[in-house]
Design a protein around this ligand. Structure first.
Ligand code: 5GP
Length: 191
């Protein structure tokens, strides 16, 4: 990869970095993320005791979050990774999204969708509705991040790590044009 595409400006602590045309500053440290995940997992372990939930991490953005969360889940459960395919609708509803990769029946199951970030909330609303239409018994959402816009629209995931402002973020699974998913911390656009 060309060096100017991805450069640590304040190496080695990596407080600010440049990815392609944008600068990002460190925003949420890995330790804070893991602490919050442990809290949420404890709550999920309590809420789903005696149930047999299926976790549905939505790829690609949630892969690190899902991995860390699932290591803290102590109850019997299954994990099924899914991906969202977007296509342009022919009606005025605009871009429609559907889930691909679901291997098993979710009929009458307790589902927990694992999402990386809720921005406008459109994606998660569509996924939740699709799961309900497919006959899930219950559908809840655990999200790493929620932006201001979704908060204002009163989109409330049952389990949430952090509320953040409407600025672009990357790292810890989230990307900018494919880059940055491998970063351990979350970074926010600096300009
Ligand atoms: P929504 O449908 O809620 O508007 O958008 C959710 C999706 O948009 C997320 O799953 C994610 O893929 C993408 N997204 C929204 N905001 C950000 C952001 O700040 N950073 C990154 N990397 N992706 C985002």
């Amino acid at each position: 990869m060309p060096i100017n595409k991805f450069a640590y400006i304040c190496s080695p602590v990596c407080i600010v970095m440049k990815i392609k045309d944008l600068k990002f500053k460190k925003y949420i440290k890995e330790a804070s993320i893991l602490e919050k995940i442990a809290e949420l997992a404890e709550q999920i372990n309590k809420d789903y005791k005696g149930k047999d939930p299926i976790f549905l991490p939505i790829l690609n953005g949630s892969f690190l979050f899902a991995a860390d969360l699932m290591r803290e889940i102590k109850i019997p459960c299954r994990v099924s990774f899914v991906k969202i395919a977007s296509y342009e609708g022919t009606s005025s509803t605009g871009t429609l999204k559907t889930l691909i990769g679901m291997q098993e029946s979710i009929f009458n199951k307790d589902l927990i969708i694992i999402e990386d970030i809720i921005d406008t909330g459109t994606t998660i609303e569509q996924v939740v509705n699709e799961m309900k239409e497919r006959g899930a018994k219950t559908v809840e959402v655990v999200s790493l991040l929620r932006k201001e816009k979704a908060k204002e629209k009163n989109i409330i995931p049952k389990y949430l790590c952090f509320d953040i402002p409407d600025a672009f973020v990357l790292g810890y699974g989230l990307d900018y044009d494919g880059y940055g998913r491998n970063l351990r911390d979350i970074y926010q656009v600096a300009e």
